[in-house]
Design a protein around this ligand. Structure first.
Ligand code: MN
Length: 292
């Protein structure tokens, strides 16, 4: 099942190529009182909602995907986890390009560990990426996004995949520089997920998926998740050895070679086979600080 959020908080299911509006099922989520849990209630409840979602389809209003603005398929990830240098060919290009490494010695993901992207950086593909520092190098990184479905900590590799709710297409936008990754990759709009989440049962093998990214129609990145250094199960095992993972946590699994800069006005297309594809605009210019 392909589950999406659209038009400012509507809940949708992709069915026969159309976005079916099943927003009424959001009312089945448990009512909340402060303090709010650090997890995503919809993702956590999906196993219980599956049947009702399917039953709601025949009577649902539906829209062409082109006619809706997609929100991030996960509204409230407690964590967005990033996997650095997780494709061998990207390790090589990072060593060769001083504009990527910025003086750091490129070693391995086992040496570097993971990083976190701020929740405030999250957007769906229906809104533009806004370059905060257009005078610096701002790179695209297409990645397979893994959405955690249930709580786990120190999970064994053999049990890891049981904790996956689904997969989405992720863009780990990055301003290059000397600052730490979590700082540079957490700018507002620099974490894109979309267009929907496909549930794990529909993916044969997440470690055998083509992924690609083009800018203004020119192919920049083309690879397959089989080239990941740490595969999906290992990333879950690794992340959960440090963090408790919660429903709705997202792991951006790393990017293959071909990262490169975008500039205001560019159009990015990013896709993962069996998962989906989206187009997103880089805003023509940064509007400046809000006068709040
Ligand atoms: Mn990345």
């Amino acid at each position: 099942m392909k589950i999406c959020r659209f038009n400012g908080g509507r809940l949708g299911v992709l069915h026969e190529g159309r976005v079916h509006d099943v927003s009424q099922l959001l009312e089945r989520l448990p009512a909340q009182r402060y303090p709010l849990p650090q997890k995503d209630l919809l993702i956590e409840a999906l196993p219980q909602l599956r049947e009702a979602l399917a039953q709601a389809l025949p009577g649902a209003q539906h829209h062409a995907p082109e006619a809706v603005a997609f929100d991030a398929p996960v509204a409230n990830p407690g964590k967005i986890i990033g996997a650095p240098i997780n494709y061998q060919d990207h390790v090589a290009e990072s060593k060769a390009d001083a504009g990527i490494a910025h003086g750091r010695t490129i070693t391995s993901i086992g040496d570097w560990g993971l990083f976190l992207k701020a929740g405030s950086a999250l957007i769906g593909c229906g809104e533009p990426i806004v370059l905060r520092f257009p005078d610096r190098r701002n790179d695209h990184e297409v990645e397979l996004g893994v959405v955690i479905g249930s709580e786990c900590r120190q999970v064994a590799r053999a049990d890891a995949m049981a904790h996956v709710a689904g997969y989405t297409v992720a863009l780990d936008m990055t301003v290059r520089g000397t600052e730490f990754q979590s700082f540079r990759k957490s700018i507002d709009t620099y974490a894109v997920l979309g267009p929907w989440m496909v549930t794990a049962d529909e993916i044969d093998d997440p470690d055998q998926l083509d992924l690609w990214l083009s800018v203004n129609g020119q192919m920049r990145q083309q690879s397959n998740t089989r080239h990941m250094v740490y595969d999906v199960a290992r990333l879950i095992e690794y992340a959960s050895s440090f963090y408790t993972l919660q429903a709705g946590d997202v792991i951006m699994t790393g990017t293959p070679q071909g990262v490169g800069p975008v500039v205001p006005g560019d159009r990015i297309r990013a896709g993962v086979a069996q998962v989906g594809e989206f187009e997103i605009q880089v805003a023509p210019q940064y509007a400046g600080a809000a006068t709040a």
